[in-house]
Design a protein around this ligand. Sequence first.
Ligand code: UD1
Length: 419
Amino acid sequence: MARFIVTGGRPLHGSLRVSGAKNAALPILAACLLSDAPVALAECPELKDVGNMLSILSDLGAAYEREGGLLHIDASKADSFVMPSRISKELRSSIFTLGPLLGRFQRAVCTYPGGCEIGHRPIDLHLKGLSMLGVEITEEHGQILCDGRNMHGAEIHLDYPSVGATENIIMGAVRADGETIIHNAAREPEIVDLQRFLCSMGFFVSGAGTSDVRITGTKAPTKSVVHSVIPDRIVAGTMLCAAAIAGGEVTLNNVRPEHMASVLSKLREAGAIVLCGEHSVYLRAPDRLREVKIIETLPYPGFPTDMQAQFFALCTVAEGTSVVVENVFEGRFKHAAELARMGAMFTQKDRTAVIRGVKRLTGTQVYARDLRGGAALTIAGLVALGETTVMNAELIDRGYEGMERMLTAIGARIRREED
Ligand code: UD1
């Protein structure tokens, strides 16, 4: 068990380099199963979820090695289509191996995936999409058995633009006979990155970043690839929120500002000065943050659900009344009760919270209940009087390569303690 001890009251100054995106790296790692040729990934973050995904690949017969800044993956000897259930239960993204295994072996066996406790996270859209590609899906003793020997292209209309379902269907369809079109596809930058990766391997995918993604199946051998994972827009957004809350000014490098438009717009609305370079963002905090009238989480390019908790924390110390609506995942307000223990004032019903900003929070012991909620409590600690102890900090490690090190580098007083 790990915890962060944060001493509030110090403004942040300096610059940080943002790591590669976890949510882009995970499906790309799964997609390596589609290839006989070697893959080298740059900017693949060193996170627990990435480690778990690598363990899954290794259990399936793939080899990997980190060397300098590159992660080498060789799936040429992959020989199993049965996902190890122990790790799969820990990692929601284990479900991403379903499409690639079907593409590679025309078979896949998996269990229902685990992951962050942020509400009901079904996989019905993944399974529905794959079954439209001709995959026969049955359930036996808690296992999902997929038979893709008759896979074919199809026109699929997603009921909701699910990120994971879009990625899984793309990865299944690249080896299916004929053309697949996914309508109402998710448009996240991580899907564009996956498309870029698959195309470098020799597959035919187009339209990622729009609502219509087209895949033309091929049986041709794959090519070796060197790919650089896109920067993590959520890590970047979290650090900008930290600076906005704590005061001061920071510059983030290795950022794609165009991936963060909704977040940057809300930071400006809160009174921060935000200036963008091609691959950098500078933020100067105002003397006092202003309320953000309404934040509604939505699929990209709407405001990301993965930034909701951090903005919730920001609103608790902004002058005036802000409204936060969580539309994507129910049960993603677990940080709210913890922030209340620090003196935050709000009312919350179902998916809506109305927050009345206070001048200062008070440090106390709080519990991270999920990854982004834990990050929100940590940055709230930066502006709290006295010491804030964020328990269960290992949950935060799932998405940040040492959040305490990043914050220390820009002047925060924060340390990690482990049992
Ligand atoms: C991904 C991200 C996660 C982010 C989320 C929303 C990764 C590893 N995770 O998660 O960090 O918070 O996108 O941007 O990339 N849904 C269904 N049925 C399904 C799939 C999803 O009903 O089969 C629902 C979910 O319950 C949720 C919504 O669709 O309400 C969004 O889920 P989805 O976009 O699939 O998110 P994830 O891929 O799980």
